[in-house]
Design a protein around this ligand. Structure first.
Ligand SMILES: [Zn+2]
Length: 442
């Protein structure tokens, strides 16, 4: 027997709203139709580009002074490499209690759970005190250009809210003394950049003292690959480490800027996936991932570019990033132009707020404890557009013990993405309670 939420999740996976970064991909209109059907209410469709639909419901609250809440899950998923999968990535088969498919944890599980929790409000069976907004958003996987970013910029009247629930719903950590539920509180900034070098074309057979653009880029990248990443220990990170059940000295080292790298190397011995996460949330990271140069093997390259993924911690802005990059590039720095591709600073929400309390109440009812763990995300989500407007944003889910925090990190955009049926149902039940607590307090 499958429940509403699992059937909805399966349909969203089968819709295969694959976003490859091009405007003509995504096809979110399929999942918009699925959701309209599910709610039995048309809602408002936002479609800046044909097929790139987001679906919005804004349910007016009974008390205009009560706080508003937005649920903003995304509808799109990233592409798959089919040969790495043991199941059809768009078949949504249930095997051994897990729903398999692209989007199972990023984030159609949450999309389905939020839709089920919001349905009674959308159908007017329940009346919220403050406004409730539900947005099934397009294009999150390519920066929200045709989805949340555009909606926040152009339709704040429709999607604006004081509080927001979106990504990421994390399973529990294995390195804790007492049960805790990770709650996303913030994400790193994205300062993607293109490095560019110029040279002088000539015959590749006579390179003596040639002016080769590729050589300049390679030297610059070599410096970037070798340079140590700047460390940043945030108050959120310190709170996170306090909850971990690790050896006392290791815990101290994890919050000491001078020893954190050595501590991460130690973690990597037993839990390499967790170590990678810890590294990402305690450092500004730079990952050069694309390189393009020249026109032909026998022509000296007169132009070369490299695309680099830079993720910054709070208080690191474009000036900070550029001066770090220039320093890292060594003597090649004078030959390189840096062009910003994205300029998003890190965003973090405080935890002393009404939504946090509503989540803690919901967790207390279901789990018998209120231990929420403020968790930083190394990835970017639609939350950032809202946080820049002053919205307080969190991400949460309730999982069973069949998947750990570290295991899920590997499934994000990975092979055999899957989520247990029980986890989807528990997350749905939690959202139901959070909405009730937040929207209809007794
Ligand atoms: Zn996502």
């Amino acid at each position: 027997m499958t429940t509403d939420v699992v059937e909805l999740l399966q349909q969203l996976i089968r819709n295969a709203c694959v976003n490859d970064g091009t405007p003509e991909s995504g096809h979110e209109h399929r999942s918009v139709a699925t959701l309209q059907d599910f709610f039995g209410v048309a809602g408002e469709v936002f479609e800046p580009v044909p097929g790139r639909q987001s679906l919005i419901y804004r349910i007016e609250g009974s008390d205009s002074a009560a706080p508003s809440l937005a649920l903003v899950p995304h509808l799109d998923v990233v592409p798959v490499q089919e040969e790495g999968w043991s199941q059809d990535p768009f078949g949504a088969e249930i095997v051994d209690g897990f729903v398999y498919g692209r989007g199972a944890v990023d984030m159609l599980n949450v999309t389905a759970a939020m839709a089920v929790a919001a349905r009674p409000y959308i159908r007017k069976e329940l009346e919220p005190r403050g406004d409730l907004v539900f947005v099934g958003a397009a294009d999150e996987e390519a920066g929200g250009v045709h989805g949340a970013h555009a909606l926040v910029d152009r339709r704040w009247d429709l999607v604006g809210a004081e509080y927001l629930l979106t990504e990421v719903a994390y399973p529990p950590l294995s390195h804790v003394d007492q049960p805790t539920v990770p709650v996303a509180v913030g994400e790193k900034g994205a300062f993607w950049s293109i490095l560019k070098a110029s040279g002088t074309p000539g015959h590749g057979s006579a390179p003596y003292r040639s002016d080769n653009a590729l050589q300049k880029i390679v030297e610059a990248l070599h410096g970037i690959f070798e340079a140590p990443f700047p460390v940043g220990i945030s108050p959120e990170w310190i709170r996170f480490v306090e909850a971990l059940s690790l050896d006392g000295d290791l815990k101290e080292a994890l919050t000491d800027p001078d020893r954190v790298d050595e501590a991460i190397d130690m973690l990597a011995v037993t839990d390499p996936l967790f170590a990678r996460y810890v590294h990402a949330v305690t450092h500004m990271t730079v990952s050069p991932n694309m390189l393009r140069s020249g026109v032909k093997a026998n022509v000296i390259a007169d132009a070369a570019t490299a695309n680099i993924d830079v993720r910054a911690l709070p208080d690191m802005d474009r000036d900070y990033v550029d001066s770090y990059l220039r320093k890292s590039m060594g003597t090649a720095r004078d030959e390189i132009d840096i062009t910003p591709v994205s300029d998003w600073g890190a965003t973090i929400s405080p935890t002393d707020n009404l939504l946090w309390e509503a989540i803690a109440d919901g967790v207390a009812e279901m789990e018998g404890h209120r231990n929420l763990l403020p968790t930083l995300m190394n990835v970017g989500t639609d939350a950032r557009f809202f946080r820049k407007k002053g919205t307080i944003a969190h991400g949460v889910g309730l999982f069973d013990d069949r998947m750990t925090f570290s295991e899920m990190l590997a499934l994000f955009h990975g092979h055999d993405e899957r989520v247990s049926v029980v986890s989807v149902e528990r997350t749905t039940a939690l959202y139901g309670r959070v909405l009730e607590r937040f929207l209809t307090p007794s």
